[in-house]
Design a protein around this ligand. Sequence first.
Ligand code: ZN
Ligand code: ZN
Length: 257
Amino acid sequence: MRLTVLGASGTYPRPGGATNGFLVREGATTLVMELGNGCLSNLLREVDLEAVDAIVVTHMHVDHFGDLYPLFYALRFHPHEPWGRRLLLPRGGLELMGRILGEDSRQYLPRVFAPEVLKENGEYRVGEMSLRAYPTRHPVEGYALRLEGEGWSMAYSSDSSPCPGVEEAARGVDLFICEATLPASYEKEASHGHMTSRQAGETAARAGAKRLMLTHIWPTFDVVDIAREAGEAYGGEVVPAREGMTVSLGGGRHVQA
Ligand SMILES: [Zn+2]
Ligand SMILES: [Zn+2]
């Protein structure tokens, strides 16, 4: 499996960056996990839209789904009309998206996308991968994800304060992508639905995750400091996600800058 980071910033992008997004490829299967603002441009560098089997959005916050709008138009006006793309998202997500579209565009939403409801303990098959959703602790309904394929496992925290769902999703995985929105000294500020660097490290350690990648770090904070703080709590190497980074799992792991 090959994971490519499309966007790594929390809430709003760093200069030249993008908010949350990951591309997961295994054999002929292509899954897009989150599509925050700026991610579509990075996605198009990697794959043709016709190759995308499914898109999964963990919760309806703009930094996680904003680029579904330009994706919708790119598919709608695509010369081959590759419509009916699977879109897994929380209940009511497509309706929420439709609210800011005009009537003409809105009617195409459920044709361009084939929506599926993401729900607690839901299990989904996407080509050669399986995906399972776990509840998060965040101001809106959201899900941490666990992905598995032949010889590899991976988890993604989505946005969440430390909670049993995120920890369960990450149990023993080869790679845990965990949000670390804030530095360790901001625990009070993080308590409304995010994690500090230390909490991300502690969560990964409790879950027994074999490797930790941090994401959703607010652009105002120093990525190196946050990774160091998380590493102290985790007790192992921590890699901050950055746009364009690729990680391979199963059949020889390595990271490319
Ligand atoms: Zn977010
Ligand atoms: Zn959020």
